[in-house]
Design a protein. Structure first.
Length: 539
């Protein structure tokens, strides 16, 4: 049998002898990679034009290629439809130009549903319309850690509720990355320090390592919210002080290398306004560079610091917000929905932990409370942990109390309406979300009522509708059905109610109610079946 080393040698032989290597078959939303042999003379990162054209019926994609070092050039493509695709190559170098061929796109791999897209204006779904609700976490620097820590991070994510991670594409400057056991030896550009970095030449080895990490996330069904720029050099490396030409070349290179991965989101920058030399007009241009270069239209946003970017601009697909107070009450996210008319992702709501910095001191209760507020408000949230293991920086293991409670919330949300939670009558009842007339989640937060009178906003309701109620303890993670069916009648111009005895509550904080319509003699809806299964799992 041929071992992996021999197979790799054969592939290299084909590349060098024929000048072209590509797969015959690729699964839907997989990565088709065309490898070409050319010259490494001059500076291939600057002086090369390389574009592929991929056709399937009337559909045409034109992704740009990139130089991968050692005379190897690549074009990557993500086919979105099954069947035969043809391709051709255009280049300003004769040895790369006028290559052509075809391949077959087969059925998608198991559990692969394509890239995430905006759905129903305020929500997300996969490309094949499978529901997707982001539950994010923050591990900025996990890709720059040793192999043991990276593997530990993946194992932790496998058993966590998190299906999206925010991660840096370029390491920040830290003393530990210069000296000691965490010393970095491979950088995005050729060189080892500010004194000898060659910003005209990327270091392919650095990006190959980053690709491995993104593939690891892809394999476990986690989206990579890849942060392209960040301000954390303090003048030591200069990656946050690059000139405009270098910035644009970097953006195009990142899109060429990574856009064919279906689990990519583009975050233009973390705390963008802390890169003081760049204006909002500069960020406008950079957004448009990414938008134009990415043939698949991956999600695009930017994370703010002390100046909030205008998320209404057409090249922004969703809001990626750092504004802690939004998560302290449900109305925060619903208000932002009305302002931006886009999905609201609260990507930094402070972190669970015990460090000296005030942004890393949330209790598990407070982090869980903020998550519930955000989702009841019709938004989405991103977790972070700053305990002794330093999850937001290095990854590794999670030690906090909130992840288990976030997992509980995730199961409840995913068992609800397929399109996601929508605020219902949010001007007067900001703590109520769901799907009017069918499904409601009512979150009491830090309030401690002993009872609740059955009363719902009038939208989509009529006399005689019947409902069941589950009492949810969001901290202790229990669901207790109320042994009664509630029948509503119009009570005033704004609401319907059941005038019988109220629902008894515990008088403790962090309680919620799930209210679902029931129709005697009818088969339960899919969400109801999911809810029944969830009840059985948890009780």
């Amino acid at each position: 049998m041929i071992n992996l080393k021999q197979l790799f040698a054969i592939c290299l032989f084909l590349v060098f002898c024929t000048g072209l290597h590509a797969q015959d078959k690729v699964p839907q939303w997989g990565v088709f990679e065309l490898t070409l042999k050319g010259s490494d003379a001059g500076d291939p990162f600057i002086n090369t034009v390389l574009v592929g054209e991929f056709r399937h019926g009337n559909e045409v994609f034109r992704p740009e290629g990139f130089y991968d070092g050692d005379g190897i050039y690549k074009i990557r493509f993500m086919p979105d439809k099954q069947g035969e695709w043809t391709y051709s190559v255009t280049s300003n170098h004769a040895e790369l130009d006028k290559k052509h061929g075809s391949f077959t796109c087969t059925a998608a791999d198991k559990n692969v549903h394509g890239p995430v897209v905006v759905s129903h204006k305020y929500h997300f779904a996969y490309a094949d319309s499978t529901a997707y609700t982001p539950f994010g976490t923050t591990i900025y620097e996990w890709a720059f850690q040793n192999q043991e820590t990276q593997n530990e991070t993946i194992q932790t994510l496998k058993s966590s509720p998190f299906n999206k991670v925010r991660m840096l594409a370029i390491p920040p400057f830290k003393g530990g990355y210069v000296d000691g056991p965490d010393k970095l030896t491979v950088f995005p550009f050729v060189g080892t320090s500010k004194e000898n970095f060659d910003f005209s030449r990327f270091n392919p080895e650095f990006f190959r390592r980053l690709e491995k990490n993104i593939k690891q996330l892809e394999e476990i069904g986690v989206e990579s919210d890849l942060i392209l720029f960040r301000p954390y050099d303090g003048g030591k490396w200069g990656f946050d002080k690059m000139d405009d030409e270098t910035n644009i070349r970097f953006l195009k290179y990142m899109v060429a290398r990574f856009a064919a991965f279906h689990n990519i989101w583009w975050s233009l920058c973390n705390e963008n306004s802390f890169i003081r030399q760049l204006t909002d007009e500069d960020w406008d241009r950079y957004f448009q560079v990414v938008q134009k270069a990415d043939p698949y239209g991956h999600l695009r946003s930017i994370h703010n610091a002390d100046r909030i970017y205008d998320y209404t601009k057409p090249w922004v697909t969703h809001v990626s917000l750092q504004y802690y107070n939004v998560a302290k009450a449900p109305f925060g996210s619903s208000l932002l929905r009305d302002i931006y008319r886009k999905p609201i992702v609260n990507d930094e709501i402070n972190y669970e932990g015990n460090i000296e910095r005030r942004w890393g001191q949330l209790t598990g209760e407070e982090m869980t409370f903020r998550f519930w507020n955000v989702y009841i408000g019709g938004g989405f949230a991103t977790h972070g942990e700053t305990t002794s293991t330093g999850w937001i920086g290095k990854g590794g293991k999670l030690n906090g109390q909130s992840p288990a409670r976030i997992a509980f919330l995730k199961k409840i949300v995913e068992a609800g309406p397929q399109e996601g939670l929508t605020p219902i009558d949010h001007f007067y009842s900001p703590n109520l979300a769901g799907k009017a007339g069918e499904y409601y989640l009512l979150y009491f937060g830090k309030d401690t009522p002993a009872t609740w009178d059955f009363k719902l906003p009038k939208e989509a309701l009529t006399d005689g509708m019947k409902f069941k109620v589950d009492v949810i303890d969001t901290w202790n993670m229990t669901i207790t059905p109320v042994n009664k069916t509630f029948e509503i009648k119009k009570s005033d111009n704004y609401s319907f109610s059941d005038k019988s005895a109220p629902v008894k509550l515990t008088g403790k904080p962090y309680m919620a109610l799930r209210i679902t319509r029931v129709d005697g003699g009818k088969t339960p809806t899919k969400p109801q079946k999911k809810q029944n299964e969830l009840n059985e799992d948890l009780n």
